[in-house]
Design a protein around this ligand. Structure first.
Ligand code: HEC
Ligand code: HEC
Length: 463
């Protein structure tokens, strides 16, 4: 008797759970269909990562990339002897900054929350996926004129003194790698006497004086093995090759677009529909055409980010109070471009500890909410959550708000649940798990070919 009651109950439970599963699937089906159709309408395929080598026209060279990795972490290319690409582009924050505003030369040798030293002007963006960016930097000032970073046929444009002189490089990242060692506040320091070409010459002089580098370059470039000097172009191609290995564009949204419906949670799916719909994010964070599915139109807009002012900076900020960042105007000289910044590409965005060009926000939710009602976000903004040397009165905001891009000038009301979904989508739906710190930590070398001390990497908590 007891047996049969138990049996009956379990039969009922079974039927009930079938019913639940069925109704869940029935609820998911329209959501899946709506998202699938939305992605198709926006031309999103989830296949951009697979296009890398085809667009390069060759396979990525693992040996050259590994040499680039060693250079990334070696202070030999920093003429001030205390910084490398990795000091700012940290693998523990998706190859972006560990800070709200970059600290370059005269740092304390730490990469992470306890990094100290004079500030530069902006936050270091992630180097991950930059292989697909047609315009680099927060104001897009290094750009492929073809709008395709793999295509140099129309030239690559940089501010003076480089201009279009780097257009012989086959990819925009090879051209870009000519710049950081020439930036005095980032790596070169103020004591070296000479122009950008002199600095690049000095970097290769250093490499050519180091037998380990002669061997490593010699393994790849036969002319070096035959006794020719290492050139700056070789250095740049190694750095760019390493960056080509930092393509992590297989997030849940990509898997979903390729037909794996379970790759996303229902919350992520609802958030995605808001992103492409009512929340209007896609009007700037676009995924079609030249955007290479990077969630940016690679154009510049004013979205009214609070202007953060460091106590100790080695860059003179803009404006009469030297407490502003004019963004695109710095490049064009046109005052109508004031406060415009490049739409931030959003893949893996949650793996950073701070957001926006100056890290004004340290919570992803606050960074997203800012867009939904910019004046309200600015009115209640404080710097309390920032490191103490950034807890200063913010720069003037009235003129910034007067110039807001029309796409963010009308507040959008979302319910708490909708905002939760939107944040879940941006945080998890756009994150490729290979970009997380626990995967990338292994890229930090224990020692570098020059034998110099390496920087100390601290783990970082992101939210
Ligand atoms: C002092 C810190 C610092 C160092 C060192 C540094 N960078 Fe950067 N990097 C930045 C900052 C800050 C930006 C954005 C600057 C801006 O927009 O004005 C940037 C931008 C970039 C970008 C463009 C990213 C994007 O989203 O468009 C690439 C690529 C890059 N750096 C590569 C490198 C390489 C390669 C090295 C070493 C050779 C290097 N960086 C060294 C701070 C640094
Ligand atoms: C008017 C164009 C525009 C719209 C619409 C827009 N954004 Fe942005 N977004 C930007 C620009 C420009 C930046 C970089 C601003 C800066 O740093 O000064 C940015 C930055 C961000 C960042 C910070 C990224 C980082 O790496 O720091 C996030 C997150 C973000 N947007 C999400 C969204 C979401 C979600 C929506 C929809 C609610 C949205 N954006 C709508 C232009 C836009």
């Amino acid at each position: 008797m007891v047996q049969s009651i138990k049996g009956r109950w379990s039969f009922i439970a079974l039927v009930f759970s079938f019913f639940l599963a069925f109704s869940k699937a029935a609820a998911a089906a329209p959501l899946d269909k709506e998202l699938k159709d939305t992605l198709a309408d926006h031309g999103f395929t989830g296949q951009v990562e697979a296009s890398l080598e085809e667009r390069l026209g060759r396979p990525v060279d693992p040996e050259l990339a590994d040499l680039g990795r060693l250079l990334w972490f070696d202070t030999i290319a920093g003429l001030n002897d205390d910084n490398s690409c990795g000091g700012c582009h940290s693998p523990l924050s998706a190859f972006g900054d560990s800070q709200s505003i970059a600290i370059g030369i005269d740092n304390n040798g730490v990469v992470g929350p306890n990094r100290e030293g004079p500030r530069n002007q902006r936050r270091t963006p992630m180097a991950i996926n930059t292989a697909f960016y047609p315009a680099l930097m927060w104001n897009g000032r290094f750009a492929a004129l073809s709008n395709d970073p793999f295509d140099n046929s129309s030239g690559f444009i940089f501010p003076q003194p480089e201009g279009t002189s780097l257009s012989y490089n086959s990819h925009l990242l090879q051209a870009q790698a000519h710049i950081p060692p020439t930036e005095r506040v980032e790596a070169a320091g103020f004591s070296f006497v000479g122009n950008s070409n002199d600095m690049r010459d000095e970097v290769v002089n250093r490499l050519n004086a180091e037998p380990n580098y002669i061997d490593l370059f010699g393994n790849i470039f036969p002319e070096v093995a035959d006794g020719d000097a290492i050139t700056y172009d070789m250095f740049a191609s190694a750095i760019a090759e390493f960056e080509f290995t930092l393509v992590f564009a297989n997030a849940p949204i990509d898997q979903f677009a390729r037909g794996h419906k379970k790759a996303m949670t229902n919350g992520q799916k609802r958030g995605a529909l808001l992103f492409f719909g009512k929340a209007n994010c896609v009007s700037c964070h676009s995924v079609s055409g030249d955007s290479n599915e990077m969630f940016s139109d690679f154009d510049n807009h004013v979205i009214g980010v609070p202007q953060i002012v460091p106590s100790d900076a080695n860059v003179v900020f803009d404006g009469p109070g030297q407490n502003e960042d004019f963004g695109l105007e710095q490049v064009t000289g046109n005052s109508s471009d004031r406060y415009k910044f490049r739409t931030a590409p959003l893949r893996n965005v949650a793996l950073q500890p701070a957001f926006m060009h100056n890290g004004a926000f340290t919570s992803l939710r606050a960074a997203i909410k800012h867009h939904l009602n910019v004046p309200a976000s600015v009115a209640k903004y404080t710097t309390d959550h920032l490191p103490t040397d950034l807890q200063n009165p913010i720069g003037p905001m009235a003129d910034v708000l007067a110039r807001l891009d029309p796409e963010v000038s009308t507040p959008i009301a979302l319910t708490k649940k909708e905002l939760d979904d939107l944040v879940e989508f941006v945080r998890d739906g756009l994150t490729d798990s290979r970009a997380k710190a626990n995967h990338l930590v292994d890229l930090i070398p224990d020692e570098v070919p020059s034998g110099r001390d390496t920087l100390t990497f601290e783990s970082q908590v992101c939210q």
